[in-house]
Design a protein around this ligand. Structure first.
Ligand SMILES: O=P(O)(O)OC[C@H]1O[C@H](O[C@H]2O[C@H](CO)[C@@H](O)[C@H](O)[C@H]2O)[C@H](O)[C@@H](O)[C@@H]1O
Length: 340
């Protein structure tokens, strides 16, 4: 993969990548002295972005910017069907103190709308499906809430309709709903004495936020929640950005949701399909893993600091996500108009 990424950087920077080069397994490494990457073929490349955060420049070598490598991404996508998946918090909206105020900008909404005109587009969020839809306010995208435990599948899927032809959401943890309501009450009790802690009911998952909890109280809160979940076999715990997520203990995550949507959209068996997933948090890694397993597609992490990820590409923050989405839509529009 190192070689694959290096090839992408070289391509983006106008270097010729020969077939024999592509097959060489040479791990690139970062030279702090001269800000360059040496790949063992005596080609020295200046780094694309300045290393303002320690280690970021060297991290970029293995997770190149999806903007800097845009041309190689679109070269790979030419003639293929790209299917777009987007996370919400930290990807389409910036991370803010108050989860109820994580609004998406009008520009971002317009960009997602544009992308969805040209590519099947789904938003898979840890939020409840209703909440994320309320934030996004678009009718030309599909929504997966509660980390994919609540998906309103496209009309094509017969299983998404009831007998009266009403749309029915795919909810693999539906039988857990009474237990979720019970654990929400217990969680409310558990966190009551920790100032700043708050619960968010995401329908099939409950988020325990500690962003506004004093640093010295955070471990106490986490321990309380962990103990409760350990004693509740129907549930498991995942962690996000200053949030603990209590979920039903079924094996279903954003990766399964991505596969489910590809399936119901009719893409899963096709060989010319390239899923593109942009996300910023640990739960997005499950979706990256699915794409990495296909060995084709575009797993893109949003991060302005080096972090452990299996994504192949990166974008720094939602403003770069916006730039990338606009460019993607513009590229497809121009490609489409050529064939008109
Ligand atoms: O899968 P996502 O759409 O990224 O949802 C994951 C969690 O996102 C939200 O929390 C995060 O964003 C908040 C607003 O910026 C921030 O205050 C919080 O600290 C972050 O963890 C959401 O509120 C959670 O319910 C989701 O689980």
């Amino acid at each position: 993969m190192f070689q694959r990424n290096l090839s992408k950087i070289k391509h983006a920077m106008g270097f010729q990548v020969s077939q024999s080069n592509k097959q060489k397994k040479v791990k690139p490494f970062y030279c702090p002295d001269n800000d360059s990457v040496v790949d063992g073929t005596n080609v020295s490349l200046p780094l694309v972005n300045s290393p303002d955060v320690p280690g970021y420049a060297s991290w970029l070598v293995n997770h190149p910017s999806a903007l800097d490598t845009f041309d190689s991404i679109t070269n790979e996508a030419k003639g293929k069907r790209v299917v777009v998946f987007l996370d919400y918090d930290g990807t389409l909206s910036p991370i803010v103190e108050d989860p109820d105020k994580a609004f998406m900008s009008a520009e971002m909404r317009m960009a997602v709308r544009e992308v969805a005109k040209y590519f099947p587009t789904s938003i898979i969020s840890g939020r409840s499906r209703e909440k994320v839809k309320e934030f996004v306010q678009l009718s030309n995208v599909y929504y997966g809430g509660s980390h994919g435990l609540d998906i309103l599948a496209p009309p094509r899927a017969v299983k998404s309709f009831d007998k009266k032809e009403n749309e029915v959401a795919f909810q693999p943890a539906k039988s857990f709903l009474p237990a979720i309501q019970e654990i929400a009450i217990e969680l409310e009790d558990t966190i009551r004495e920790v100032p700043g802690a708050r619960l968010e009911d995401n329908k099939f998952c409950i988020s325990v936020h500690y962003r506004q909890v004093l640093p010295e109280d955070q471990e106490i809160l986490k321990e309380k929640v962990r103990t409760l979940v350990e004693n509740s076999p129907e549930f498991r715990l995942t962690e996000g950005k200053m949030v603990l997520e209590v979920r039903p203990s079924i094996s279903w995550n954003k990766g399964n949701a991505l596969n489910y949507l590809l399936d119901t959209l009719g893409f899963n068996d096709a060989e010319d399909v390239l899923p593109l997933y942009i996300g910023d948090d640990r739960t997005d890694e499950d979706a990256f893993k699915v794409i990495a397993g296909r060995r084709e597609g575009f797993p893109i992490i949003v991060s302005s600091i080096p972090k452990d990820t299996i994504a192949w590409y990166s974008l720094r923050d939602p403003s770069e996500v916006l730039a990338f989405l606009l460019r993607l839509a513009k590229w497809k529009k121009s490609e489409t108009s050529i064939f008109k």
